[in-house]
Design a protein around this ligand. Structure first.
Ligand code: NAD
Length: 475
């Protein structure tokens, strides 16, 4: 920890949690349906915060990581956060409008609408890997939908947590947005609060615990989880292009990205070409990688040891380890590393890697790679490199994943008009864009009867009239 940053006192954070929750509840009761102008004002303040305090945010996150490239913080956290706010500002009016729905002939001339309504007070639990974007993304959706929100920042990013709390306090009252810091004990208590909605981003294992805790209050959850995101390269795709695009997605934030390519399947025989192209790309991007400020560190020594352990375990079991550059472990960095000749008993083929290690597998026929994916938990992202429409369709139709990137990795997350969320073991529910607004709204159906209507025809006493009607109704 840097001077001035003390570990958080759990007891104080728990008291604070209770206090801000009650204050937000009371504030919501006093203003349950903020109009578009009020929501725009809050989004505007968030926008201002992002634009004005980029340096402080980047410095805090870098302190938490040991080193995080400030360009990565700006391009992968501040930029998509800002773009998400701008998208919400541009579309809020349309999202808030009551939607007219159809009425069947039997109920005419009544009318049907779906009215989006703020849920109230929502909770957001944030992991450490993109602490700003994974807090501001859900906050944007929650504020656009007219809610108040409390955000729990990860115990691994205390500098960011403290900075974010201080910055938010300059623009918002804690009855609008509040930040809770602290350890796992605080996070557990947070998951047990009776939120009107809880969005959790983190690992699949913790996601299960969060859902259990939320069940006690019947709190609806959106779970943004992780897993192993497969990358398949089509039979005649240019290997050098694939290697560049895959390694780029893998090297961002040193592979500590929920949608980073976890492993790659190549057409058999192209492995060496892939290794050569991957090495050339990494060396051209990060000369002197250990000291290169553009390459981020692994979050802490525990995770560094976990990743080194994967390499040791794989090597002991017969894999070929191919580092693509050199990095001194003392720098807290791990060089991008390919692993060839992998087998299923290796730990790195079982756990989500979440670091700059990329196992390389080969297929003889594309369906073998598809079968491999389908024999495993449903991934958060799936990447396929090909321009052949039929094979693209084959992959899309025969696999299911949270999202898909064709001929590119990671960038689908930054598309404001696409929903983001996992499926199966990689999560449930969506946010970003309209889907985020709807996640944090009660999409309330309203049936409005008209002054004059024919429903009296169906009232008892049932007799000939009803029998005739039923003859038409049950055709
Ligand atoms: P994690 O699950 O260990 O922790 C996530 C958050 O949950 C932290 O804030 C932590 O304090 C809190 N937490 C820990 N134990 C808890 C409990 N019992 N109850 C409630 N909250 C608890 O995950 P992490 O190590 O911070 O992040 C890495 C994981 O997150 C990876 O699996 C990655 O794929 C996933 N992830 C997913 C997305 C996505 O958008 N789907 C984005 C980023 C990361």
């Amino acid at each position: 920890m840097q001077p001035g940053f003390e570990p958080h006192d759990s007891q104080a954070e728990l008291l604070r949690l209770r206090d801000v929750y009650q204050r937000q509840r009371d504030a919501h009761a006093g203003d349950p349906f903020p109009d578009a102008a009020a929501r725009r004002k809050r989004l505007g303040l968030l926008r201002h915060l992002l634009l004005q305090h980029g340096d402080e945010i980047a410095t805090a996150i870098s302190a938490d990581f040991g080193h995080r490239s400030s360009h990565e913080t700006r391009s992968l956290e501040i930029f998509p956060s800002l773009a998400g706010v701008d998208h919400a500002l541009a579309h809020l009016g349309r999202w808030m409008r009551a939607q007219r729905r159809g009425v069947s002939i039997w109920f005419k001339p009544a009318s049907n609408t779906v009215v989006p309504q703020p849920l109230g007070v929502v909770g957001v639990i944030v992991p450490w890997n993109y602490p700003l974007f994974l807090a501001v993304g859900p906050l944007t959706a929650a504020l656009a939908a007219g809610n108040r929100a409390v955000v729990k920042i990860s115990e691994y990013t205390p500098h960011f947590g403290e900075t974010f709390r201080r910055l938010l306090a300059q623009y918002f009252g804690e009855d609008e947005i509040a930040v809770i810091n602290g350890g796992v004990d605080v996070a557990q208590a947070f998951a047990g609060v009776a939120w009107d909605h809880l969005l959790f981003t983190g690992s699949t294992a913790v996601g299960k615990q969060v859902m259990r805790a939320a069940a006690d209050n019947l709190t609806p959850v959106t779970l943004e989880l992780g897993g192993k995101s497969p990358t398949l390269v089509g039979p005649d795709y240019a290997i050098a292009t694939a290697a560049e695009r895959i390694l780029h997605g893998k090297c961002l934030n040193a592979g500590q990205t929920c949608v980073a390519p976890d492993y790659v399947f190549l057409p058999r025989g192209s492995e060496q070409a892939f290794v050569d192209a991957a090495r050339a790309a990494v060396q051209s991007w990060y000369p002197d990688l250990g000291r290169n400020p553009d390459y981020s560190a692994v979050i802490n020594s525990r995770h560094l040891q976990r990743l080194q352990g994967y390499l040791r375990d794989a090597e002991e079991k017969g894999a070929r380890i191919v580092p693509l550059a050199e990095a001194d472990a003392a720098s807290g960095k791990l060089a991008p590393t390919l692993v060839l000749d992998v087998t299923e008993d290796m730990k790195l083929m079982q756990d989500e890697i979440f670091g700059p290690i990329l196992p390389v597998l080969a297929y003889d026929r594309l369906d073998q790679a598809i079968d491999y994916v389908n024999a495993r938990p449903r991934p958060l992202a799936l990447y396929y490199f090909d321009y052949d429409r039929q094979r693209i369709q084959q992959v899309l139709a025969n696999t299911i994943s949270g999202g898909v990137g064709l001929n590119e990795t990671v960038m689908h997350v930054g598309q404001d008009d696409l929903p983001f969320g996992g499926v199966g073991a990689s999560g449930m529910g969506h946010y970003h864009g309209r889907e985020g607004f709807e996640t944090f709204s009660k999409m309330k159906p309203v049936f409005a009867q008209s002054r004059i209507n024919g429903l009296w025809l169906m009232r008892p006493p049932y007799g000939k009239r009803m029998a005739t009607l039923l003859k038409f109704m049950l055709r």
